[in-house]
Design a protein around this ligand. Structure first.
Ligand code: SF4
Length: 291
């Protein structure tokens, strides 16, 4: 099996230091929409300067390089055990190169492992098998701690918010999540929302949906309309970049539905900060392509 450790290290470097084009474009559009000289425009200007510097110097976009979340689609027959070792080794190497801050601490003692390794769950790797003739793809998302802390899960109905078990109820709780976050979690952010599933599957799906591109369309027209509506309404709250006020609180919203038990109706909101770091590598016939 091809040793991909160095290629995965490069994936980590790109993810940590080079903000994806769709995110940067949206941040630039948001800057143009804010009032000249406003605190919101100033915050976005600082963010954009930082993005340029990080890319130029190959240094992390933010000091919190986040939790590394890997999503691996591997062709039938490939060893997930070997892939896991390559990914873990690449993360340790990336920490030595300062592409990643040593972020992994023991849950009980708080002791830092110093190299971003940890028990079975650090880094986090999700595997899914695809057909033998399909390429290997590895998506990496670096999910900041501040934005992770403002993620939230609701169980509908929610009488306090007047949110029933329907899309109108989903809208109410997602907007409540944005209101509760205020500028915390480093707005402007992107909302990853999952409706349904059990509690665990719902949170997982809310993160996976953040792998979509900013401005793409949801294949479900009803959810697509809801995504646009929530983004617009969240931006109407006036919270603004870093909570300084303004028109840009949320860059985009992504919603996914999961089958659920009739007894349960969960809505999970994963909030992604402006440092929306996600990159993909594809390996086919020995060739590595980065997106
Ligand atoms: S939430 Fe995001 S932008 Fe804010 S400190 Fe964490 S990684 Fe950085």
């Amino acid at each position: 099996m091809q040793d991909l450790t160095k290629d995965i290290l490069e994936l980590v470097r790109r993810t940590s230091t080079d903000l994806p084009a769709d995110v940067e474009k949206k941040l630039r559009e948001s800057y143009a929409q804010e009032a000249d000289g406003s605190a919101a425009q100033g915050a976005l200007d600082t963010i954009l300067q930082n993005v340029e510097l990080a890319r130029k110097n190959s240094t992390p976009i933010c000091q919190d390089t986040g939790t590394p979340l890997f999503y691996v689609h591997y062709p039938e027959g490939m060893s997930t055990r070997k892939l896991k070792k390559m990914i873990t080794d690449a993360v340790v190497e990336a920490t030595k190169h300062n592409y990643l801050r040593p972020n992994s601490v023991n849950a009980i003692t708080g002791k830092n492992t110093g190299n971003n390794s940890g028990d079975e769950h650090y880094p986090t790797i999700h595997f899914e098998e695809v057909d033998e003739d399909q390429p290997l793809t590895i998506d990496l998302m670096l999910k900041g701690g501040g934005c992770e802390n403002v993620g939230i899960q609701y169980k509908l109905p929610n009488t306090n918010l007047g949110a029933g078990r329907d899309l109108a109820g989903v809208r109410k709780v997602v907007l409540d999540a944005v209101h509760q976050a205020q500028g915390k979690g480093c707005a402007p952010g992107v909302l990853g929302v999952a409706v349904g599933g059990d509690r665990g599957a719902s949170y997982l799906a809310s993160k996976e949906t953040l792998l979509r591109q900013i401005g793409d369309e949801n294949a479900n027209p009803e959810l697509d309309a809801m995504e646009k509506q929530i983004t617009e309404e969240a931006n109407g709250m006036g919270i603004g970049p870093m909570g300084f006020g303004g028109k840009t609180t949320v860059l985009d919203t992504k919603i996914k539905g999961l089958h659920r038990l009739p007894a349960s109706y969960f809505v999970s909101v994963s909030y992604m900060c402006w440092a929306y770091r996600r990159r993909k590598m594809t390996v086919q016939n020995g060739e590595v392509i980065y997106e």
